[in-house]
Design a protein around this ligand. Structure first.
Ligand SMILES: [Zn+2]
Length: 1023
């Protein structure tokens, strides 16, 4: 058997006990009727307006005589008069773009039997449509859902009896693109299903020109049909195929007094058939015979760190791949309260093998270790991406330029629109607001502006290679800061000398003429009395949402609800500090300080228990990295109020287990279970920044332990996380660790791109303290296979989730930078700093770290050295570093974890005798002379990264690169491949120079070059 020893990655693991989803995840609106909100495209309750109650702000428009009426059962409902061209509702054509499957649910009460009235109708027309009529021509087949993408004659779909007139009926239709079925539900029961419906929704809607898409409620695409006559209530569009049970729950909850009994526990969506993966033969081949027992030590109070991978014994006596061991994962640290020993038993998934670990619990050692930051990154302008060694643009340059060149054409006034609007200022002529989460009434508006400030600062600092761009971004950044500075100066100050004002952030009154605080941001309803807001206030909306959060407001789209005010503020503060630290704009710091003191003043008088409730309130209390922002403000200014404020954002239960700090992450207890991933990862980066300020080791432990747990127990092969079907939310960690197969692969997607952006940030920060190569190995894995893979082919459109279900497809948005989700925001940041972690230096400039093999030039100004890295990696397995200048210093080069086939170092043409261990750094110490060249060769090899609880499902890697299988059509099952168990390369043909390969006719290519259907995980048999 060929030697392919992956260096051991150390982790500890957690328990199998059937714990319910933690309270935080279970309480919130994310589980509307047991369904994660990311699957909800739009929801119209029609209780007096046509607002979209989802976070996507696809507000509908009423036409003709459509109006609202009082109803005994539901209160206010939509009322449609009926008859030709009488009245209907139109939904933005953008809403359904990108969706392949579609569920539509809603309540309908028809008043007569006029045939062909539509519940809904949508499509391009001209033989491409999907509609549902509750009252067709015939009695027996009168209620039907029909679809075609190939003309009227090809129309297909199930039907049942016409619905009864004068009575509320719950209708639902489900188009399941993967299983190619179209189903009809009446009052929560499936009454018909057609199979062989081969068209995904994308076949009947324009993906490029959303204005061509018709989406109607109560109106037919065919002009001869009458509009619906009757009433409509709570219509929802989901981008996934809901299950029978979910449809039943939606209906039940709308009419039952006791909604929770059915809504929880949330049933995982029924798994798609997955062709007997459970019965697969040993995924490791037949020869795996044993995994030797181990012994580990820990200290009282701290759960042991157990190795994730262990060496295994194989039948032929040869070494083979290490195997993944799953250990029990306790939810507390009871087992380690006293010195002594105990034994835990791990399992090797896919086999009957077990392995024992004898844990020795030692007394707590005296003195506490306080890791110190050893390294510094280089300023962005000192590292410039180069073309490859054949003069071609690298994938990094391509993505950088998609963003930089589009960013250079943006109008800063669009990003100032909401701020001027909040302060009641005139907009410059012709300025259009942004869309999506920055539209007028969206309670997250202003978030994109924060990302934009960071991106402008980074783009300015990073474009030292192009004078025009450099000047462009400098001007844009300064223009933004000038306006924001002017607005912030107005807060809490009189409009005319001696006029009324309130300078105190804690004494902000309700808006003029209002009895209470509200989140009304409409043109008519928004308050603009900035003189009452307290000094220093700046945001994309008035202060009410912050105050309402303290008073218990929940997440939602009503005027007494909010959407994460501190999340938005974190983006703005981070943007301002980036403009100061990265972009050298001193006024930006002044704005940040003013708002920092506003936050400090308010939170200083909020009781601890209230704060814990605030930060645990789903979405409403999501605060991004406010703790990081405030600790950073302390680092920059030295004002200790900011550090105190940072600690007031401690997520105490998550970090420390409880108010007594008895367990939690700091004690190596997994508190990630079922939590919203991207809500919590920035809090961890904040814990590390708080450690820098306070020196309290527990904060460091929180970050260090989180990283291990997250990357080992919850991570997909592209380096992303989340995507749970239990709890049923594509943005959450799975309910239990090490259960990606059992509880992950949500139908709604996985791998929110923000989460990986934040994990990269955390990894890099931890590496600056602890030069364990695992951090930069992860960095490389996620940078190539998620961040690089998250951008569209020819424009800066980028992904939210990156789905990894078989035959999935990436969806990109925001190509024109005019409508940002969170991930479009972090995408803007990622792609304006792609060079930021290629090199680090030790404090004192004694050592250079070469972390990533990317063509680039480093200007190490402090040593008067220029390092040029010339390569076409990963299209070749070699890179060359050329030193300009001279001096004695160490160069630490990363020997990747995957470089198991050797790592060869040649200096000035002479091969060096080195002991290069995969997963470590290798020191090259020398008195370097001008013109010295170092060549690093690290042969790529094929290997598998397996799903930990279903190890026959695996991704194929070649060196650092994940190879995705091209898929001609959607799939319901995992693609099967058979590979040679001694040497995968025996089964794979292709060209390493282009990274195009194939296995028995299945084409593989880098996931970052994949824009159509793909399978990232394959069902692998080794023979
Ligand atoms: Zn996001």
């Amino acid at each position: 058997m060929k030697r392919r020893l992956l260096s051991s990655v150390v982790i500890f693991v957690v328990s199998w006990s059937p714990v319910t989803v933690d309270g935080q995840a279970a309480e919130g609106a994310q589980f509307l009727d047991g369904i994660g909100e990311t699957a909800l495209i739009a929801r119209y309750r029609f209780g007096g307006n046509s607002e979209d109650w989802s976070r996507n702000a696809y507000h509908a428009a009423l036409h003709g005589e459509a109006s609202y009426a009082e109803d005994e059962q539901f209160g206010r409902v939509l009322s449609l008069p009926g008859g030709r061209r009488s009245g209907y509702v139109q939904i933005p054509g953008q809403a359904l773009v990108g969706a392949e499957s579609l569920t539509v649910t809603g309540w309908v009460k028809v008043k007569d039997l006029t045939p062909w009235q539509r519940f809904y109708d949508l499509g391009l027309g001209n033989g491409r449509y999907l509609y549902c009529t509750p009252v067709g021509q015939e009695r027996t087949n009168g209620c039907r859902v029909r679809m075609t993408a190939a003309g009227y004659a090809a129309e297909t779909g199930p039907a049942t009896f016409r619905i009864t007139t004068g009575k509320w009926v719950h209708l639902a239709t489900v188009l399941d693109a993967a299983s190619k079925t179209l189903s009809l539900y009446v009052d929560g029961v499936r009454v018909g299903q057609s199979t062989g419906v081969t068209w995904p929704l994308t076949d009947i809607l324009s993906q490029e020109d959303a204005s061509a898409n018709h989406v109607y409620i109560g109106k037919s695409l065919y002009d001869g049909d009458a509009d619906l006559g009757g009433e409509v209530y709570d219509v929802r569009f989901y981008s996934i195929a809901l299950s029978d049970r979910q449809i039943a729950v939606i209906r039940h909850n709308a009419i039952s007094e006791n909604t929770t009994a059915v809504a929880e526990p949330v049933a995982p969506a029924p798994d798609k058939p997955r062709e007997s993966v459970e019965d697969a033969a040993s995924p490791y081949g037949e020869q795996l015979t044993a995994v030797p027992d181990i012994a580990v030590e820990t200290e009282v109070g701290r759960l042991p760190v157990l190795p994730v991978y262990l060496p295994a014994r194989y039948g032929d006596g040869a070494d083979g791949p290490q195997v993944r061991v799953i250990w029990p994962a306790p939810t507390d640290n009871r087992q380690v309260q006293q010195p002594g020993t105990y034994t835990v038993t791990g399992t090797v998934p896919g086999t009957a093998l077990t392995v024992q670990a004898v844990v020795t619990v030692k007394p707590m050692s005296p003195g506490t270790s306080r890791p110190e930051q050893q390294l510094e990154p280089f300023p962005l302008g000192q590292v410039v991406l180069d073309r490859d060694d054949r003069g071609r643009n690298t994938p990094f340059i391509k993505n950088r330029d998609k963003f930089i060149l589009t960013l250079a054409r943006t109008d800063p006034n669009r990003f100032l629109y909401n701020f001027r609007d909040a302060f009641g200022q005139e907009q410059p002529a012709g300025v259009q607001p942004l869309g999506v989460w920055d539209s007028q009434t969206c309670r997250l508006r202003g978030h994109a502006t924060g990302h934009y400030l960071s991106a402008l600062a980074q783009a300015y600092a990073g474009t030292t290679y192009d004078e025009d761009l450099h000047a462009n971004f400098h001007a844009k950044m300064n223009a933004m800061i000038d306006v924001l500075y002017d607005l912030a100066q107005r807060s809490g100050r009189p409009t005319t000398p001696g006029g009324p004002c309130n300078a105190d952030p804690t004494q902000v009154p309700p808006g003029p003429g209002k009895a209470d605080y509200d989140s009304d941001l409409s043109h008519e309803g928004i308050r603009t009395d900035y003189w009452n807001w307290g000094e220093g206030f700046i945001s994309g909306y008035p202060p009410d949402q912050f105050i309402m959060l303290e008073k218990g407001a929940t997440y939602g789209a009503r005027n007494n609800q909010i959407w994460a005010p501190y999340y938005t503020l974190h983006k703005i503060l981070a943007g301002l500090m980036d403009c100061y630290e990265v972009g050298d704009n001193p006024k930006a710091l002044e704005i940040a300080q003013g708002m920092g003191l506003w936050v400090y003043a308010r939170l200083a008088i909020v009781p601890t228990e209230t704060r814990i409730r605030m930060w645990n309130r789903y979405i409403a209390g999501e605060y991004g990295g406010m703790n990081e922002a405030m600790a950073r403000l302390y680092r920059i200014t030295g004002d200790s109020r900011f550090l105190k404020c940072a600690q007031s954002f401690d997520n105490i239960d998550f970090f420390f287990g409880n108010a007594e700090h008895k367990h939690g992450l700091a004690c190596n207890v997994d508190t990630l279970r079922g939590k919203h991933a991207n809500q919590h990862i920035p809090q961890i980066t904040g814990a590390l920044e708080t450690y820098k300020g306070t020196g309290e080791p527990a904060y460091y432990q929180v970050a260090d332990r989180f990283w291990d747990i997250c990357t080992h127990c919850y991570m997909y092969s592209i380096g992303g996380v989340a995507g749970a079907k239990n709890p049923n939310n594509a943005e959450c960690f799975t309910a239990q660790p090490n259960t990606l197969f059992a509880n992950g692969f949500s139908e709604g997607g996985q791998n929110e791109t923000c989460a990986t952006y934040n994990l990269l940030k955390l990894s890099r920060q931890l590496f600056l303290f602890d030069q364990d190569a695992k951090f930069m190995d992860y960095y490389e894995q996620a940078l190539y296979n998620h961040i690089l893979a998250s951008v569209d082919e020819d424009n800066p459109g980028n992904t939210y989730h990156v789905p990894l279900n078989p035959g999935a497809r990436k969806r990109f948005s925001n190509a024109r930078m005019d409508g940002f989700t969170c991930c479009n925001g972090t995408g803007l940041e990622s792609n304006t700093k792609l060079q930021d972690s290629i090199y680090f230096r030790s404090k004192g400039n004694k050592t250079l770290y070469v972390n990533l093999y990317i063509a680039s030039t480093l200007t190490w100004a402090e040593r008067d050295i220029v390092i040029r890295q010339s390569t076409r990696f990963p299209y070749a397995d070699v890179t060359r570093l050329t030193v300009a200048g001279s001096g004695t210093f160490d160069i630490q080069v990363r020997v990747p974890q995957w470089a198991t086939g050797g790592f060869h170092v040649t200096i000035n043409g002479r091969e060096q005798d080195v002991d290069a261990v995969p997963g470590t750094y290798l020191t090259l110490r020398r008195s370097w002379q001008d013109g010295d060249t170092i060549e690093l060769k690290m042969p790529f090899d094929f290997y598998l990264r397996r799903v930990m609880d279903q190890p026959n499902l695996a991704s194929i890697f070649y060196g650092p690169i994940l190879l995705a299988a091209e898929e001609p059509a959607s799939r319901t099952t995992w693609r099967k491949v058979t590979l040679n168990s001694d040497d995968l390369a025996q089964s794979i043909t292709g060209d390493p120079g282009t990274l195009r390969f194939s296995i028995n006719g299945v084409n593989l290519k880098p996931f970052y070059e994949t824009y159509s259907r793909h399978s990232v995980y394959l069902d692998v048999t080794l023979e």
